[in-house]
Design a protein around this ligand. Structure first.
Ligand code: ADP
Ligand code: MG
Length: 269
């Protein structure tokens, strides 16, 4: 077995990389896939906090500082997910040597089917290593023009490392970010939007409760989208949505917020 490695990145901060990484990993684990989630945001590490592992004594920081074995830094997460968190202390960040990330990940690859790597905002050596070591690069972007512009920069950075971005996850969307908007976004970025995650109050609720949305609220729109993506990555065919309920949602999606400013014109020429 050699894990398929997905690196989650963006460019701009706060686009939802960490929350996406947690939920994609938990969704894959929920499909009985042997999955490891790695927090490679060595400075602003959030995965431990998001999964209630913030007090772990041995973490990726200690492994990268050559103070511990990686086997001792793995923890049990939801759905049988394994997690390699970082500590939340700056001391941990200071002592960690990011040049060792690739070796650590290579050591873990034979034990899993999927490895999901959460990265930090912007460009640094840990993110570069996470991109170099992966099979697929996913961009998590919000619909703001700044997030899209920074995402393009990250895509160019990945290209410098010899990696193509597989696609975009468009997060925190509002009804105004409809199909027309998404088509224009795809044309402008020349990238596929793989999944759309709406703005959802369940997300801050789940962060506060330290559990993924796919386990706490499996029927909310974000959780359904995450499970769909996990099924796609696993090659599992999902049943078509039931008639009636799905149609009603589609109808609601078409509602537009007038006066909202979009980076792409909504007018159909
Ligand atoms: N779909 C969403 N709906 C509502 N809030 C969201 C959503 N996605 C992310 N958030 C909020 O955005 C914040 C930043 O998310 P996070 O995953 O930490 O971003 P990043 O890792 O890219 O910096 C979170 O604290 C969360 O409250
Ligand atoms: Mg993050």
């Amino acid at each position: 077995m050699a894990a398929k490695i997905y690196t989650i990145t963006s460019g701009k901060g706060g686009t939802g990389k960490s929350i996406f990484a947690v939920n994609l990993a938990a969704a894959l684990a929920g499909l009985a896939k042997k999955t490891l989630l790695i927090d490679a945001d060595l400075c602003m590490a959030d995965i431990g906090l998001m999964l209630g592992m913030e007090n772990s004594k041995i973490t990726l920081h200690e492994v990268l500082a050559d103070e511990a074995n990686v086997a001792d830094a793995l923890y049990d997460g939801p759905n049988g997910l394994r997690v390699l968190p970082c500590s939340i202390s700056l001391e941990g960040f200071k002592k960690a040597d990011p040049s060792r990330i690739k070796d650590v990940i290579s050591e873990l690859t034979p034990n899993f089917e999927f490895i999901i790597i959460d990265t930090s905002t912007g460009i640094n050596s840990a993110t570069a290593a996470s991109i170099e070591v992966c099979d697929e690069v996913l961009l998590v972007l919000t619909p703001d023009i700044t997030s899209i512009a920074d995402g393009s920069k990250m895509r160019a950075f990945a290209a410098l490392l010899g990696k193509e971005v597989t696609g975009v996850i468009l997060n925190r969307t509002m009804p105004v970010h409809d199909e027309t908007y998404r088509e224009k976004l795809m044309i402008s970025l020349d990238l596929k939007v793989l999944e759309v995650l709406p703005e959802d109050v369940s997300i801050p609720d789940c962060i506060a409760g330290k559990s993924p949305v796919v386990t706490k609220y499996p029927y909310c729109e974000v959780a359904i989208a995450m499970n769909k993506l996990a099924a796609l990555f696993s090659g599992i065919k999902m049943p078509e949505p039931e008639e009636g309920k799905g149609q009603k949602k589609q109808k609601n999606k078409k509602k537009r917020i007038t006066g909202a400013k979009l980076p792409f014109s909504q007018s159909k020429k």
